[in-house]
Ligand binder design. Sequence first.
Ligand SMILES: [Zn+2]
Length: 122
Amino acid sequence: MPVELRAPVRLAEAFPDLVQPMKEALDEGGERNLAASVDELQVYALCGCGDDFCGSFYTRDPANRQTRTIGLSRPPLAPFAVGVTDGGAIAFVEVIDADQQTWAEFKQRYTALLRGASAGHE
Ligand SMILES: [Zn+2]
């Protein structure tokens, strides 16, 4: 079940380390429009599975259906994937692994956001 944030947070603010590798990987994969959208992405919800190895989050209302998944790889973020809606918007990002320091920082931010969001639901 997705855990929605009380208010969407800009991706660049929530997970700054992800922005550049995401843009470069999408650009390299010929996904110019998606690459251009990364700066404007907002984090709406986090995956609530609670798995230590899970770094998935939603960049649209989780109700949006994803019709395409693109697997990407770009150090220090590798591999990762984005789910795209029919309308061609990135709706979901799955961070699968990264170098140790990037992953540690990412998970710290992720957990802090998750705690904040869960506290809002109690
Ligand atoms: Zn998960």
